[in-house]
Design a protein. Sequence first.
Length: 300
Amino acid sequence: MIGLGKMGANMAERLIRDGHRVVGFDVTGDAVAAHIGRGGEGADSLETLVAALPAPQAVWMMVPAGRPVDATIEALLPHLATGSLIVDGGNSFYKDTMRRAELCTRAGVELVDVGTSGGVWGLDEGYSMMVGGSIGAVERLRTVLESLTPTAELGWGRVGPAGSGHFTKMVHNGIEYGLMQAYAEGFALLEAKKEFDLDLHQIAEIWRYGSVVRSWLLDLTATALKQNPTMDGIAPFVPDSGEGRWTVSEAIDLGVAVPIIAGSLFRRFLSRDEEGFADRMLSTMRNAFGGHAIKPESSS
């Protein structure tokens, strides 16, 4: 396992629990030490890690998308035996994955991409895994995938050739954006109806059972509302990790309408606009054509 950050460490721990031998490397020595403390084996370099594995090797990467993935693959290829597997379990852009798969093929190595969902809960609940790669390569990883997912049969599958796993995960995250936005808007509307003095946590708990909008995301929302009903101390700033942007861009390329996903992405952008220039422009225009009053900015 290369990359022992929170998710990589949790995946490694789940594999160790299920009896797998996991050799781990990370640029942070403390992460490697923690991995050893959980029953894994440590390596102080990529070369050491590869040397510790039987040939042909199977190496799983959990490193940040972009150049770190390229750099890791480039460093690994000279040391891997023909027929080895490299698994990218991060959130890489699928076109990058397809390019990397071709590079690996020329070196006699196969790349398998695993779009991974489950976050910090995956250690105990298992991960949802969308796998791209050849049938033979995925079959070789079967016991590992079965250990990482909720059950041996559920929560994972080969969805197509290299690149398809990351493509599927990209669309998954786009859908996630839309679901989160719908829940947020609905609860905001409930919160705004002051005359009913609605208990948002109670409503979330009601919806969790029997409702058509029940989901794990709603379960997490209910917990959050119980802990902090008014969302005190939380800045209205919503980051995005890139997959939503890729999803919208792909939809434009394919001519597929995704207004909900696109709208939820843009709403995240809006949450970061501390200057509120567009809203200031709207107020100015309303004043210009209709004489509507402009609310002055309060001084801090």
